[in-house]
Structures are given as structure tokens and as C-alpha cells.
Ligand binder design. Structure first.
Ligand code: GLN
Length: 190
């Protein structure tokens, strides 16, 4: 199994390290030809405006849209989730890929909670809570019927979701020691 991690900007090295811990052949993707033969793709956190611009500059946008349309599993964390959304609230600064039927709000948690950790209930991963690390995180404001909500905060805010082979989280599983979220993506892939 070969998993690519989009490596134009952001926390790609941490995802690659996590995949290596799981015994997976993980490669950094910067060129369209590096998308060939992948079984799955991760779009990391970072700055979505930069990721969007660099994806265009490197001619990755259309190729990723095409492959996802053909069924390539894609997992987006934080800025990666923003990139996968169909709609970004009040957006005029980036071009999302529009892969998932979700509407997201960027930097959604305000100043006092800009960065925080929360123990998340994610039933799909088992009973034990998952350490959610949120860094200037987006939230999922709206989903449609094709989207399965995987986790919410105590106040009901949606922070992880799945649509077929597409997976997103507001938070950063690659910054924890908990391998379950990545393993869940690998289960989708295989
Ligand atoms: N605030 C960033 C954005 O809007 C996302 C932050 C992150 O990926 N940790 O792109």
C-alpha cells in the first residue's frame, strides 16, 4: 500500500512519520506525477490559502480532483479539511477542491480558544476517547445526507466526518501518539 502526503506546505512530515510507524510506504507529493499509483492521499494542516495557491502553481489541483472523483481515498486534516470542502464560509481567498459535501468555517474558535485540546468521543475508533489537538482550527458548519458525522465537541460542533472514501478532521491526529485515526483511514483505503 502506497500513501501520498501532499507536501507543498504545512505538517506533512508528521503525517509521513505516523504512516511509517504503521509500517506504510509513505511519500511526499509535490509533483503531479507523484500522484500516480497512490492508494490514498493525505492533505495536511497548515495554511489553506498557501496550500491552495501552491497546489495551483504545482498543477496538482485538477489531478487530485480527478483522482478523488475516480475513488481515490483522501484524508484532510485542519487546513486539509478546508481544501476538501465544497464550500468555505465567507471565502474569497482560496479555491477549495470541493470533494466533500461540507461547508466549513475557518479559524472558527475565536481568540481565547485559538489552540486547545479536547478529549473526543469518536465511536468509529472504539470506546476510548481520542486526543483532539486544535490549532486555529476550522469547524464543519453544514453537512448533507451523504456525510457521516464521526465526532462532535460537547456543544455539538462537528469536528470529524466521512463521505465514502473521504475523511476529514478539524484537529491534528498526526500530532498525537494515537494511531487510531490514521489506521481508520488505512481501513478505508484497503
Ligand atoms: N487556520 C488555518 C487555515 O485556515 C488552518 C490551521 C491548521 O491547519 N492548523 O488555513
Amino acid at each position: 500500500m502506497k500513501i501520498g502526503v501532499l507536501a507543498v506546505q504545512g505538517a506533512f512530515a508528521e503525517h509521513i512519520a505516523m504512516l511509517k510507524k504503521l509500517g506504510i510506504d509513505a511519500i511526499a507529493v509535490r509533483l503531479p506525477r507523484e500522484l500516480t499509483g497512490l492508494n490514498g492521499l493525505i492533505i495536511p494542516g497548515g495554511e489553506s490559502t498557501s496550500i491552495s495557491r501552491l497546489m495551483q502553481d504545482y498543477h496538482l489541483t485538477d489531478e487530485i480532483k480527478k483522482l478523488a472523483g475516480e475513488g481515490l481515498p483522501v484524508f484532510g486534516t485542519c487546513a486539509g479539511m478546508i481544501m476538501m470542502a465544497e464550500d468555505v464560509s465567507g471565502n474569497d481567498s482560496l479555491e477549495p477542491l470541493g470533494l466533500m459535501h461540507i461547508k466549513v468555517t475557518r479559524n472558527a474558535f475565536g481568540r481565547q480558544r485559538e489552540s486547545f485540546e479536547a478529549e473526543l468521543a469518536i465511536p468509529a475508533l472504539g470506546e476510548k476517547t481520542f486526543p483532539g489537538i486544535f490549532i486555529r482550527a476550522p469547524l464543519i458548519e453544514q453537512t448533507n445526507g451523504k456525510v457521516e458525522v464521526l465526532s462532535t465537541l460537547a456543544d455539538g460542533t462537528v469536528v470529524a466526518a466521512r463521505q465514502d472514501k473521504l475523511l476529514v478532521s478539524s484537529f491534528h491526529p498526526e500530532l498525537t501518539d494515537d494511531l487510531r485515526f490514521h489506521r481508520y483511514f488505512l481501513d478505508i483505503v484497503s
